[in-house]
Design a protein around this ligand. Structure first.
Ligand code: FAD
Length: 517
């Protein structure tokens, strides 16, 4: 089917020809693709919103490609126009409009999601080729059920697309060992901002490969990724242990992530919670099973406004004897200085562990907080400054909680590839901090504004105090802030833009570059 943009005039009654001042002249003839172009209606409404729920824009049209050539067609049409932009939209789980294109074309990457799924084997090990629009959840299920294999590095929540997380980094409790998801792909197919379809890897078109990884969608649209696989374990022992003191929590967490593979857990994360019985922010958020109870009498008298929880996981096979698993777990846990009696654990299938956030998603959908705004803040903070950050942010600004998880756990810089576009704080150990705010349905608009203001206050405090930090999933509105964010990597980022998207067609919602006239 050849689709043209004219249907826009047919099904969109109102301000058709003037979305953000766009004219269709020249675009309508040139946007000649096999897939669909949808103008107006539910598709453009969805493409104009995201999980953050704080931005709403009107794209010109949504492109539903059948393959990379359609995506290249959309980019080439934009190149021929005066000011059209193109945003790939993965699952729209950005917070600040990063996957939006006001008055531009939004490419719905989920359409071509099932087009690729091929497992292969190379001297470097097993891999799977998947579409850029594939959901990690589906990649997991197919790899495990059809091949007994699984990717090595994950995000906590898997309703995200491969291209969407690779454009940022993709971080979870396995990243201390394998690096982020960007360190676990070996080849990509990319549609550049020049409209070229290019295969790239460390050896072939390597500048494009490393530009796109962590590139915030600025250099190309990932249509295929080759993801490294390993044998999937059958089961996971999932453990939570509680600390009253931040320095004891960080000492143990840093020790665990610095051990050799076989002498540590397979997953290490951590979070901060309120020292109180608040069901959303406090003690009840720690136990892993309804039969477990948090016993506050175990807490030392000296405990402060917040407490800390290390979250650990150990993989095993059903053929392993439980006593062997117990022994491995106890050997590791025996070295840790958590509060005795505040330890929780469950055993569950590996796939269920990786899909653990689905339960929270279901609950949030039932209570309506999946749909309300999510003014989230994600940062990387250096080990040098994480103590200061704890004293000011966790113990003061966020001491009553943020209505959702407050993650904090260490990562190792040596597991990240410096050639990608991601920027990190200095030093081998740095922390990811995530304030995952959920807003009750009854909350007033002003409470969302307060949360956004508090996020800004935290970022400004970091800048003022010279905290060594970088925003993760960054969002800035000014050129100066972006330059500060990239630091000495800014000129490389600009050079890459000049090379691969000189007209600044791609991912305009990141607000880094303006479309060249
Ligand atoms: P989108 O929001 O659709 O797009 C993000 C950016 O990437 C946009 O600029 C877009 O234009 C660009 N893009 C999208 N697809 C492509 C492509 N194929 N090629 C090139 N550019 C593309 N992150 C973590 O690292 N770890 C976590 O544990 C984690 N948990 C999360 C849990 C939830 C509930 C949510 C909402 C987010 C979480 N994130 C996490 C953040 C998530 O990784 C990012 O928001 C990611 O961008 C979302 O993926 P998406 O597919 O929805 O991308």
């Amino acid at each position: 089917m050849i689709a043209y943009i004219e249907p826009y005039f047919l099904d969109n009654d109102s301000d058709a020809a003037s979305v953000a001042g766009q004219s269709f002249d020249g675009v309508s003839e040139s946007l000649d693709i096999e897939g669909e172009i949808v103008c107006g209606g539910a598709a453009t409404d969805i493409a104009g919103k995201d999980f953050g729920g704080m931005n709403c824009v009107k794209p010109l049209a949504v492109v539903r490609p059948v393959g990379p050539e359609d995506i290249a067609g959309a980019v080439r049409a934009a190149l021929r126009s005066d000011k059209l932009t193109v945003a790939a939209r993965g699952n729209g789980h950005s917070i600040n409009g990063q996957a939006m294109a006001e008055g531009g074309l939004v490419v719905d990457m989920r359409c071509a999601a099932e087009n690729r799924f091929e497992v292969g084997f190379s001297p470097g090990g097993a891999f799977v080729d998947v579409s850029g629009g594939a959901l990690w959840e589906n990649v997991l299920k197919r790899c495990v059920s059809e091949y007994g294999l699984a990717p090595r590095s994950w995000t906590d929540y898997l309703g995200l697309t491969v291209g969407g997380t690779l454009s940022n980094a993709g971080v979870s409790g396995q990243a201390f060992r394998y690096g982020p998801q960007t360190s676990n792909v070996t080849e990509l197919d990319v549609v550049t901002g020049n409209g070229d379809v290019v295969t790239c890897s460390e050896m072939e078109n390597s500048e494009l490969f490393f530009s796109v990884l962590g590139g915030l969608g600025q250099f190309g649209i990932i249509t295929r990724a080759r993801v490294l696989l390993q044998p999937a374990p059958d089961m996971v022992r999932w453990i939570r242990i509680v600390y009253a003191e931040f320095d004891e929590f960080t000492r143990d967490a840093e020790w665990l992530v610095s051990q050799k593979d076989e002498s540590t857990f397979d997953y290490v994360e951590g979070f901060v919670f309120v020292n109180g019985d608040d069901p959303v922010n406090g003690w009840p958020t720690v136990p892993l099973h309804p039969d477990h109870a948090f016993d506050p009498t175990r807490l030392p008298q000296s405990s402060g406004s917040v407490l800390y929880c290390l979250e650990l996981a150990l993989h095993y096979r059903v053929s392993d004897s439980i006593s062997t698993v117990d022994k491995r777990g106890e050997k590791l846990i025996g070295r840790l200085r958590f509060i005795k009696g505040l330890r929780f654990e469950v055993d569950l299938p590996y796939v269920d562990f990786l899909l653990r956030v689905n339960q929270s998603e279901e609950m949030a959908k039932v209570n309506g907080t999946w749909e309300t705004p999510h003014p989230w803040l994600n940062l990387f903070v250096s080990k040098r400054d994480i103590g200061k950050f704890d004293r000011t942010v966790f113990k003061e600004l966020a001491k009553n909680g943020v209505g959702g998880p407050m993650l904090v756990y260490p990562l190792l810089r040596s597991r990240w590839d410096d050639r990608t576009s991601v920027v990190l704080p200095e030093g081998e150990i740095f922390y990811i901090v995530a304030l995952l705010r959920f807003v009750p349905t009854c909350a007033k608009a002003s409470s969302v504004e307060k949360m956004v203001a508090q996020n800004q206050e935290i970022v400004q405090w970091c800048v003022r105090k010279g905290i060594d930090f970088k925003l993760y999933l960054p969002h800035y509105n000014s050129r100066e802030d972006w330059i500060r964010h990239f630091g000495n990597r800014w000129s490389r980022f600009v050079d890459r833009k000049t090379m691969f998207d000189p007209m600044a067609i791609l991912s305009p919602g990141q607000k880094i570059f303006n479309r060249a006239p």
